[in-house]
Design a binder for this molecule. Sequence first.
Ligand code: GLV
Ligand code: MN
Ligand code: MN
Length: 421
Amino acid sequence: MSAPPEEILARDLMGRLESLARFSDGSPGVTRFTYSQPWCEAHRWLAREAEGMGLAATADWAGNLYFHDRGLAPGAPALLIGSHLDSVMHGGFYDGAYGTIAGLLVAAACRGGPGLPVVGFVTCEEEDSRFHGGMMGGRSLLGRVEEGELDSVADREGVTWRQALAAVREQGCAALLGASGTTAPPLFRPALELELHIEQGPVLEAQHLSLGIVERIAGYRRWIARIEGEARHSGTTPMALRRDALAAAAEMILAAESAAREAGEPAVGTAGYLRPEPGLFNVVPGNCELWLEARHDRPDQLERLAADVAQRCWGIAQRRKVRLGLQEGAAQNPTALSPALAEVAVKLAQELEIPHRRMPSGAAHDTMIFAQAGTPALMVFVPSRAGISHSPDEFTSEEDLVTGVRFMATLAGRLSERPPA
Ligand code: GLV
Ligand code: MN
Ligand code: MN
């Protein structure tokens, strides 16, 4: 080992977190959409940091990045540890960035260890903020992308995934993308996967705990609802004669909320985007696009909730005499993480006397994709102040951040030497 975990210094972590947060578009918080200029610059900076720490940095075709021992042969089995580089719009300093820097520090700390090689990874897109392909980073890293998706997945401006990759090359950033393609296996074979992340919820802070050992991750269903009513003069069309697409959307928003409230925790229902047309004071909106999402961590209850949301929307459309198209978006099934890895993590937390608990995750993470692909996978959370995330107000104390990284370095070192059977 090149450095024992307790020698991972606060400044190694905090300085790099601050540096990474600067790669943003200048608006409040962090906005770093996949393949954007800030994303490319962050990617290049990470590769340089890794090289400065004596590691090699290798990218795959989609721009996922690995930090590894220079001598490690491609295709080798490895313990992968990391997170994602992209952010939501006006996101916080820690979501994805924390696990990314942790992966780098842990890969460096474990370099040359006697067991399974420990490789840091950074996925290119996890948030679905630019594209809506569903965990494009994790799926591309694991060889779970169909070639056709490069043309069918597009951003809001209609730029396809393939075009976005070409633009990265044209911007002189070709080095950020590897030569492999959609059918290539992972650059390193994930024998185990670990991800460190902020909790993004209020539980750990409220219970005065330092670590959360994640047992399962909630799944989601998403819809793009296209509502077609009739655009009419707002001053002359009596209320009884209206087919108002925006008013129908408003009811659907509340229906998603009610369906989740009635299902009870941890069910959640959200409308994240609304675009009425033509969008004027004096026209009853004739069309409206609405994005809806429902989440639950139990498969049968997620299905029930999703069916309820859809049924309520159809009922509203029928009653209001508007046409409804309900296009299903990317979906994730609730995913169980490795009980064996959770057991090792809980034992380690007990041994180190770090206050901890087992818990579910309401947020989605790349670790789901590893677990779905059959890789023994585990996430560990550190507290989020007031449970706030996907906001510039995201905050975790330095002490908790450092505790998390040192814990992961010890856990990774231990698992690499003695992977559970
Ligand atoms: C990612 O942060 C998600 O939960 O959608
Ligand atoms: Mn995240
Ligand atoms: Mn996120």
